[in-house]
Write a protein that binds this ligand. Structure first.
Ligand SMILES: [Zn+2]
Length: 331
């Protein structure tokens, strides 16, 4: 018995030693690839093909064959690339443009709150939670796409922040809905908001956990985001089912709410399918324009912004309906 357990302990130690050695080899390979790339590329204007880039630089889409910025390890060169045409230009500007647009929208909302008569500070706070999620996601995504080819270290760091941004946006989008949906049920409000926050914190912890950011686990990450979206959607299902079973429901006051929720669902679903199946470049891999423009990641970014605008409108609509009818659907 003792001999057996000693043997199995030895086996485990040998396995972990092998894994450590393999990881070191992987890191060394990546590092030497970076150095190799840096030795040959110093000018950010000279774009590269996928075969000239280290593998870590092209993880999110290997059907994009050209238009890569060289790895310069220079922050100045990287920031300069903001105003150049390469395969991250569309990705950077779609989310940076979205962040600027939402900034002006937030300024407008602060100056002209949607419902000054009945809106309390708490109601306004929940609207700000949505804007916070939007800013964090769009800003961190912009940083990732901008610095993705700076160096392996910054690529990894900003990839983690990008994943965290998606998770924070999912959480922050649902919290205001819970507040306005369960306006007259404080216990359900507290329960569901706590549930959403806990789910978001767990997902953020996964996002910053080093092994989880490995490109090998790309599918697990996508699954995690989908599971997170589904989990925090549970309160929404509860709310909609309560609404449907009630004659004095909030949604029945304005049928535009149904339409907005439907369009929003279609937008996010279309965006996810385009992202997962890499459309259209996976169907037309020989069309070179997709390396720079109109590829799946850019379309996904545009649909995210479009979905967020619709989400904002549905949130304002539901907020106005709730504030004008605070007693609608009292349990
Ligand atoms: Zn992106």
């Amino acid at each position: 018995m003792g001999k057996k357990s000693k043997n199995s302990r030895k086996k485990v130690q040998r396995k972990s030693r092998q894994q450590r050695r393999k990881k070191n080899i992987d890191d060394d390979e990546e590092f030497s690839q970076t150095i190799e790339a840096c030795n040959t590329c110093t000018d950010v204007h000279i774009l590269r093909s996928i075969s000239e880039m280290p593998s870590w630089c092209c993880t999110h889409n290997r059907i994009i064959f050209a238009g890569y910025r060289p790895i310069t390890l220079s922050s100045w060169q990287t920031i300069r690339s903001l105003f150049l045409i390469h395969n991250e230009t569309g990705n950077i500007w779609t989310h940076m443009g979205g962040a600027i647009m939402f900034y002006f929208l937030f300024q407008h909302v602060c100056r002209n709150p949607p419902d000054t008569r009945s809106m309390s500070r708490v109601d306004f706070f929940y609207l700000c939670v949505f804007f916070f999620g939007v800013f964090v996601c769009l800003f961190q995504s912009t940083l990732y796409h901008l610095f993705s080819s700076h160096s392996l270290k910054l690529n990894k760091l900003f990839a983690k922040l990008d994943y965290c941004g998606i998770t924070i946006l999912i959480g922050c989008s649902f919290i205001p809905w819970i507040h306005y949906g369960f306006y007259n049920s404080p216990l359900l409000q507290i329960w569901y908001i706590s549930f959403t926050i806990i789910c978001t914190i767990i997902c953020v912890m996964f996002c910053i956990y080093d092994p989880f950011c490995n490109p090998r686990y790309h599918h697990y990450r996508t699954l995690m985001f989908m599971a997170h979206g589904f989990l925090v959607f549970v309160p929404a299902i509860h709310w909609i089912s309560r609404e449907m079973n009630n004659d004095r429901s909030l949604l029945s006051l304005d049928h535009r709410a149904h339409l907005l929720i439907f369009i929003q669902g279609i937008t996010f679903l279309t965006g996810s399918l385009i992202y997962i199946f890499k459309l259209p470049e996976s169907i037309y891999p020989n069309i070179t324009i997709f390396s720079l423009w109109f590829n799946s990641h850019q379309l996904f970014h545009i649909l995210v912004i479009f979905g967020l605008v619709i989400y904002y409108h549905s949130l304002i609509l539901i907020m106005k309906m709730r504030l004008n009818n605070p007693n609608c659907f009292v349990n």
